[in-house]
Design a protein around this ligand. Structure first.
Ligand code: G
Ligand code: G
Ligand code: MN
Ligand code: NA
Length: 254
């Protein structure tokens, strides 16, 4: 069986789950979570999206998966909302370029918000720079429509794509996520340090929030804080957790 056929089966059998990776503020309090898809295969175990998202992106399977991720994240937010948990983070989902390009993408988001009844400010979408380089008018229109719904928009893997910086002033962006490739050697590579410092400063002046990804050590965290970064995500805090473990660890009242 090809991976594509396997994937189709996994969708039909409901073998996907979302894990939640905490995002912390400078006080170490939870402010958000990135939803990350996992494939629970009965034979192969838990598969990383790096092993199947690129394949899904070659066919319309990515659209089916993308719709599932959107609904699943909104349903989960709704459940946490209904549980009356002490803390309610916002949840961001990864949206692939092809999914975003669909003509009815904004309607899909609108439907997910309305059918679950969640507060739109609880949902964020992460887009890579590849979205910014195709059909800017369409991108601007869709982003404005999403913003009008109340959903926030983040640029994922910032600094690794081929796009120009012009889009930073054309597009209504809320968040830049500094790619973890820049964060990794922040203490040993002076180029990475300067790049990260510059992104933080630029975002501040453009009134865009910054999330540093891939924070693995206290030393990286301290450095990022010194440079003015205020939101952090990475293994230093935790790994992506199942919804149950995430709620248990971060959302329960004392
Ligand atoms: O979680 P992990 O590091 O294994 O993710 C690997 C890659 O898969 C990352 O680039 C991440 O953005 C992507 N990814 C994770 N979850 C999703 C998802 O739900 N949809 C899409 N399109 N990509 C995802
Ligand atoms: O491309 P994107 O930024 O969506 O990728 C998210 C992926 O990065 C997730 O699969 C997540 O598991 C991974 N990730 C998040 N934090 C860290 C970290 O501190 N170290 C490493 N190596 N990977 C991380
Ligand atoms: Mn992401
Ligand atoms: Na990233």
């Amino acid at each position: 069986l090809s991976l594509e056929q396997d994937l189709r089966g996994a969708i039909d059998k409901g073998r996907f789950i979302l894990c939640y990776h905490p995002q912390m503020d400078i006080k170490g309090e939870i402010v958000g979570a990135e939803a990350l898809i996992r494939w629970e295969d009965s034979l192969k175990g838990r598969l990383s999206p790096a092993d199947f998202i690129p394949v899904a992106e070659e066919s319309n399977l990515i659209l089916t998966i993308g719709k599932w991720v959107l609904m699943e994240a909104c349903n989960q937010i709704k459940m946490w909302q209904d549980d009356g948990l002490a803390v309610l983070p916002y949840v961001s989902i990864n949206v692939s370029s092809r999914q975003f390009r669909q003509q009815d993408f904004v309607d899909q988001v609108k439907y997910a918000l309305e059918s679950t009844g969640i507060a739109p400010s609880r949902l964020g979408i992460e887009l890579t720079e590849s979205v910014m380089i195709v059909d800017t008018n369409d991108t601007v229109d869709k982003m404005k429509a999403l913003k009008a719904l109340g959903v926030s928009i983040a640029v994922d893997d910032f600094g690794t794509g081929y796009s120009s910086l012009v889009y930073l002033k054309q597009l209504p962006l809320d968040v830049l996520k500094i790619d973890r490739g820049f964060v990794r050697d922040i203490l040993s590579d002076s180029s990475d340090a300067v790049i990260v410092e510059t992104i933080i400063s630029m975002a501040k002046h453009l009134n865009i929030k910054v999330i540093a990804e891939g924070v693995e050590t206290l030393e990286q965290l301290v450095f990022l804080k010194e440079k003015g970064c205020t939101i952090f995500q990475g293994y230093y805090f935790d790994e992506p957790l199942t919804a149950a473990n995430f709620a248990e660890t971060y959302l329960k009242q004392e």
